[in-house]
Design a binder for this molecule. Structure first.
Ligand SMILES: NC(=O)c1ccc[n+]([C@@H]2O[C@H](COP(=O)([O-])OP(=O)(O)OC[C@H]3O[C@@H](n4cnc5c(N)ncnc54)[C@H](OP(=O)(O)O)[C@@H]3O)[C@@H](O)[C@H]2O)c1
Length: 286
């Protein structure tokens, strides 16, 4: 029998999915993971039959697709896996969401853009790697299914509580253990997973957004990971030590300085200074 829940979160064990699960706990949300840990439902998004069963049973008003292979190098190494999770799983969801009248929100990425520049929701995409290409194909699939569905493109995320998924806590740990840091001078505009929860809540609560479409989560503070690591080191009063060897070239090419801008900053942009404020809080709690 259908339970008519409010929200189904796919990928509830991930860096983003964990934040969504706690950020939507008051809204009758249920999460899925591959292994079914805790109170989550076990389902592999590549298994259409199983996924259909979950969607029919939960019959949610919203499905948040936070499952993904989010590491571009892993996608380059295993394009079939990337396609299965980043693209095909969404196709399964879309086919069965329709019968339940569920609206789908898919988390995409700034890696649909390939070079430095500022990009709003209408900008032309130009992904450089398998990950970005599959995410772009997924966006197109979703928007072709139903104009009420939503795509939320995200920049680099931080603040995840899943071990190893957060730059700030991983860097603080490396500094405390005296391990050398990797230089990374690419310019990014990170936002916290908490901010993504806030934007998601705004989008699905906004009665004027009946029409769906693409939205950009805009980070207001620009930084490179090297600068960020120095800031974290300053908070800890530890002299940062960088690995003198040049970082090996990543398998998947990445854009440098691609910035998501939003035509809806009141809904989507982080507050200026949020990066620094949240970094201080995370370091203090780590
Ligand atoms: N992290 C970022 O900086 C960033 C930036 C831009 C966009 N995004 C997008 O945001 C989304 C979430 O990213 P994230 O950082 O939270 O990723 P993550 O921490 O790697 O989590 C990915 C989630 O997907 C699940 N998953 C993987 N394969 C699955 C499968 N076959 N069936 C069911 N679930 C599966 C994982 O479950 P298991 O725990 O069982 O593996 C996990 O819950 C992704 O779509 C990513 O493209 C992330």
């Amino acid at each position: 029998m259908a339970t008519n829940r409010e929200i189904l979160i796919l990928g509830a064990s991930g860096g983003l999915g964990t934040a969504l699960a706690s950020g939507f706990a008051d809204l009758d949300a249920v999460g899925t993971t591959r292994s079914g840990i805790g109170a989550t439902i076990a389902v592999d998004v590549g298994d259409e039959v199983a996924l259909r069963g979950v969607i029919e049973t939960v019959a949610p008003r919203y499905i948040l697709y936070a499952a993904g292979i989010a590491d571009p190098d892993a996608c380059e190494r295993d394009p079939d896996l990337s396609k299965r999770v980043n693209l095909d799983g969404l196709g399964h969801v879309l086919r069965h969401a329709r019968a339940q009248g569920s609206r789908v929100l898919y988390y995409s990425t700034d890696y649909v853009f390939g070079s430095a520049g500022e990009y709003d929701e209408h900008a032309r995409t130009s992904p450089l790697q398998t990950y970005g290409r599959h995410k772009r194909q997924a966006e197109q699939l979703l928007l072709g299914f139903d104009a009420a569905h939503l795509v939320l493109r995200l920049p680099l995320l931080f603040g995840a509580t899943v071990p190893g998924r957060d730059f700030v806590t991983s860097t603080a740990q490396a500094l405390r253990e005296g391990r050398p840091l990797r230089r990374d001078e690419r310019r990014r505009y990170p936002v916290s997973v908490d901010h993504v929860v806030v934007v998601t809540r705004r989008l699905i609560a906004d009665p004027e957004l009946e029409s769906g479409g693409i939205f950009h989560v805009e980070g207001s503070d620009g930084i490179s990971k090297s600068e960020w690591a120095c800031y974290i080191a300053g908070l800890l009063r530890i002299e940062p030590r960088f690995d003198p060897a040049p970082a090996p070239a990543p398998l998947a090419p990445r854009p440098d300085g691609a910035r998501l801008r939003s035509l809806h900053p009141e809904l989507c942009a982080s507050a200026p200074g949020e990066l620094w404020r949240r970094t201080r809080e995370i370091v203090a709690a780590s």
